[in-house]
Design a protein around this ligand. Structure first.
Ligand SMILES: [Zn+2]
Length: 149
């Protein structure tokens, strides 16, 4: 990785911590991989190697969840560059819907995290205007974990 790219990413890490989204606080090395995969997709789209229908394929329900349950972040959509993107968190595990529970508040996330069973949270960034969506991170909840307050 070039020094400029490392610096750019370092700035991203400082500015774009998920605390701002108030949903999933855990940071891990895997977050770097998701971010790099996202940048690759955006770069391929900018080069015309993949079309907009491919990168902006959010289902209507995902777009609605971005509006009603999402945590808006201070970043515009990398595709349409107009609308603000939101992070939408889905939690999967025992006694949750097969399609996951869309978490709409920090309190709900805390309650899920207090469960004894292990759960998985998938955080997706979504543009409700053009349908851009990309996985931001996967985090573990529940079990022996404690959610920082
Ligand atoms: Zn967009």
């Amino acid at each position: 990785m070039s020094p400029a790219r490392i610096e750019r990413f370092s700035n991203f890490k400082q500015q774009n911590r998920l605390e701002r989204s108030d949903l999933i606080l855990v940071e891990s090395a895997a977050d770097v991989e998701f971010r790099l995969a996202r940048e690759l997709v955006v770069d391929l789209w900018k080069q015309g190697k993949i079309d907009m229908e491919t990168v902006c394929d959010a289902q209507p329900m995902l777009k609605r969840n971005a509006i009603h349950c999402g945590a808006p972040i201070d970043e515009n959509c990398p595709i349409c560059e107009i609308s603000q993107i939101s992070y939408v968190a889905y939690v999967f595990g025992p006694r949750l819907p097969a399609h996951g529970r869309c978490v709409s508040s920090k309190g709900e996330l805390k309650r899920l995290n207090s469960r004894k069973t292990k759960l998985s949270a998938y955080v997706i960034e979504v543009c409700s205007s053009c349908g851009w969506n990309h996985l931001v991170k996967i985090a573990s909840l529940g079990g022996a974990q404690n959610y920082p307050s």
